[in-house]
Design a protein around this ligand. Structure first.
Ligand code: SAH
Length: 352
């Protein structure tokens, strides 16, 4: 025997598991698929599967850094202070944000929460001073935190409930031919549906993300305890909606989420309408949920784009096109939202 055997495909693992123990929940399917997906590759950039705001332009991370520095200065420059990022990808946002923060005297300890060994390796090259964490529990609990999560919550697994003639059921996954399909589970799930939403047409789907709620709950609790502020940036909606938003992207194309699990990035829209009250339930302040385009403009992206273009005239067109991708209504400007949280007594924050 020589060399390493290729790992068994996740599709094969699921088929075996389902044959032995019955249907798996969609939440289980999505969680395992993304764990496999992120563990094995760098999905970002033009040669990868998708591109994110910090990879489009340095302006994104710079304005996030400016926002954090402004909060910290107005809070009286507390020390020690921790920069915490959830799911930092290549570390691009953190390096752009920290470069700007340093100009304002903000040089926090850097804590990165990342589960993917492959991405951790890339982050190490960009941020040699950082400390890594598998989850938030090991991040220091003394000193305010300035926390950022961009396109992190959308990768956490969603649970879907479907209204059937017999009541609400969880959506479960089973194989069918070459692919997988969703069926309604056999256990009654009516108790999991908020009373106001229980009476619905058969076929109605409700999607929730327990992982996102748990993360926001934990972050809000820490802000109240330690001080600080947080930005959650993601594609999502700010009013309650029905329906499945699960999607899969591979090589910049939408693909079927139920073929080749673990080979494409699975995401769902973030339900910001549900997350704001979760934060407030801990005594944390919700600063608002702004559209990304309006927020970046309030922070001064137009002036920053002009300054960059003047410094590098041959890049002017590329800079303008990047600015446009980040702020235009028909690009990322209104689909992406920025949710701001702050500890009691901390400032209101620009752009909300
Ligand atoms: N924030 C980066 C990357 C977004 S991709 C950017 O904007 O470019 C999602 C990131 O979240 C990746 O770094 C991925 O490895 C990480 N991630 C996904 N699920 C995670 C989990 N459960 N715990 C910690 N990190 C996770």
């Amino acid at each position: 025997m020589s060399g390493q055997a290729a790992p068994e495909s996740l599709a094969a693992v699921f088929r075996r598991l389902i044959a032995n123990t019955g249907p798996i929940s969609l939440m289980h399917y999505m969680g395992e698929a993304n764990a496999r997906y992120y563990a094995s590759r760098d999905p970002l950039g033009s040669g990868g599967d998708f591109i994110t705001a910090p990879e489009i332009s340095q302006m994104f991370g710079e304005l996030v850094g400016l926002w954090l520095a402004d909060m910290w200065i107005n809070a009286g420059r507390p020390q020690p202070v921790h920069y915490v990022e959830l799911g930092p990808g290549r570390g691009t946002l953190a390096s752009d944000a920290l470069r700007v923060a340093k100009r304002f005297g903000l040089e926090p300890e850097v804590h990165l929460v990342e589960t993917s060994p492959e991405l951790k390796h890339l982050q190490l090259a960009n941020l040699p001073q950082a400390r890594w964490h598998h989850d938030l529990s090991t991040v220091p609990s003394r000193g305010p935190i300035l926390l950022v999560a961009n396109e992190f919550l959308d990768a956490l697994p969603v649970r879907q409930l479907v209204k059937t003639a017999e009541g609400w059921r969880e959506r479960m996954v089973v194989p069918e031919g070459e692919r997988f399909i969703c069926i309604a589970g056999s256990q009654p799930m009516d108790a999991a549906v908020p009373e106001a939403r229980r009476a619905a047409e058969p076929g109605t789907i409700i999607e929730t993300c327990p992982g996102a709620a748990a993360v926001v709950y934990e972050v809000a609790g820490r802000l109240v305890q330690q001080g600080g502020a947080a930005l959650f940036i993601d594609y999502g909606h700010d009013s309650v909606q029905n329906g499945s938003t699960l999607q899969a992207v591979r090589a910049h194309q939408k693909v079927d989420p139920f073929i080749n699990p673990g080979e494409a990035d699975l995401t769902a829209l973030v339900d910001f309408a549900t997350l704001a009250p979760v934060a407030e339930s801990r005594g944390c302040r919700w600063l608002g949920t702004a559209h990304q385009g309006a927020w970046l403009q309030a922070l001064g992206i137009d002036a920053r784009a002009r300054a960059l273009a003047e410094a590098a005239p041959d890049q002017a067109e590329a800079i303008e096109s990047a600015r446009n991708r980040l702020v235009a209504e028909d690009e990322m400007g209104s689909l992406f939202k920025v949710m701001g949280l702050a500890a009691p007594g901390w400032p209101r924050g620009a752009g909300f």
